[in-house]
Design a protein around this ligand. Structure first.
Ligand code: PMP
Ligand code: GLN
Length: 384
């Protein structure tokens, strides 16, 4: 294999899902819902297939979806984007991440990312020949200076810093950065003249009235931020891989410059359905979040009753436990043994860190039906 793949292990998500299938364990690992999104949206996709939407879509995406994305950003965040030049449709947020990095990072450029990081970030930085500079996210919401303090950000910065990759609501910790925390990041990004790529795929999945704030809404940030999202999490269609990027023209056009040589254009028939979802089911994701919040509580209360540590997430599909006290070498050893011992799969977080801060952290997903979560808790009560 080419050197750009050196040291990049197979994604832990496929590894742990395969382990769940092989052992018959309850899969609280990979984050995907076990109930599909709205039937109405599925019907739109089926109609599109029958109505001849089967040939290449325009490279930047069908106009209806670009318009729906722009209207969504306006309605929810008061952010104005020109659908013709400042919105691009991508093949999931994953292609948004890949094309943003490939388009904007030169060999030797440094990319500041928050650890624990989503695993495609370091892989794509390496593909681009860039160098990652991690900043450790604190799990303590009352931490001095916020969970991403200025000193920690500064320690990761240098003359070569080019981009900052942000993700809030944050996978895997469930952290939703506050306005103050985002202001710290924004000031830092402006002072170092960084491009910010903001992965907001969990934008609507926040709990207890916590608001998601796009960093692009902060002063001076719209012109330096590429915001990414997708249909996957907001509408429970993680397999659709319909995503989008919004930002100033120069950044969106740069992304499209890379995208044209990656996929050229994203799958056509799902785009009208995604546009329909954004235009007509605006309340659906928030209702999902309310339901998800109850399942978060079910999982977190259950873990606590068993005597496991857990950090209560403010958003996303995930909760994190620190298993330091349980006597395992690390989270990987714990997660590898868990299917046999308890019949449950979780994700070890150490691979999402450069530092040792995640050595004993494991992630559970609660985007499963109640009976699945209850079954997992029963098994854990008997088996940990
Ligand atoms: N970013 C984060 C933080 C995610 O959790 C996911 C979901 N796997 C993605 C990006 C990818 O999203 P998509 O399925 O739209 O490519
Ligand atoms: N976002 C999901 C997770 O973190 C799925 C990741 C994946 O399958 N690549 O579990």
């Amino acid at each position: 294999t080419a050197r750009r793949l050196d040291g990049i292990p197979p994604t832990i998500f496929s590894q742990m899902s395969a382990l769940a299938v092989a052992t018959g364990a309850v899969n609280l690992g990979q984050g995907f819902p076990d109930v599909d999104g709205p039937e109405r949206i599925i019907e739109e996709a089926v109609s599109a297939l029958h109505d001849g939407r089967n040939q290449y879509a325009p490279g930047p995406g069908i106009p209806a979806l670009r318009e729906a994305v722009a209207a969504h950003q306006q309605r929810h965040y008061d952010l104005t984007f020109d659908p013709a030049r400042e919105v691009a449709v991508t093949t999931g947020a994953t292609e948004g991440i890949a094309t943003a990095i490939l388009a904007l990072v030169d060999p030797g450029d440094e990319v500041i990312l928050v650890e624990p990081y989503y695993d495609s970030y370091p892989a794509m930085v390496q593909f681009a020949g860039g160098v990652r500079r991690p900043v450790t996210l604190s799990l303590d919401a009352s931490a001095e200076g916020g969970r991403l303090p200025r000193e920690a950000l500064e320690a990761a910065a240098s003359e070569k810093s080019k981009m900052l990759l942000l993700n809030s609501p944050h996978n895997p910790t469930g952290t939703v950065l506050t306005r103050e925390e985002l202001e710290t990041v924004a000031t830092f990004a402006r002072d170092h003249d960084l491009v910010v790529v903001s992965d907001e795929v969990y934008e609507h999945l926040t709990f207890d009235g916590t608001d998601h704030i796009p960093i692009a809404t902060l002063p001076g940030m719209r012109e330096r931020t590429l915001t990414l999202s997708s249909i996957g999490k907001s509408f429970s269609f993680t397999g659709w891989k319909v995503g989008w990027a919004t930002g100033p023209e120069h950044l969106v056009q740069a992304l499209l410059g890379a995208k044209q040589w990656m996929t050229f254009t994203s799958g056509a028939p799902l785009q009208p359905a995604a546009a329909y979802a954004l235009d007509h089911l605006d309340r659906w994701p928030k209702e999902l979040a309310l339901d998800l919040q109850e399942r978060r509580d079910l999982l977190c209360d259950g873990l606590k009753q068993i005597g496991l540590d857990v950090t209560i997430p403010e958003g996303t599909y995930f909760a994190v436990s620190d298993i330091s006290d349980l006597g395992w070498r690390d989270g990987l050893e714990f997660c590898e043994a868990l299917p046999d011992r308890a019949g449950v799969v979780a994700i070890p977080l150490q691979g999402f860190y450069d530092s040792d801060a995640g050595k004993h952290l494991v992630r559970w997903t609660f985007t499963k039906q109640r009976d699945v979560i209850e079954e997992a808790l029963d098994r854990l009560a008997r088996g940990t």
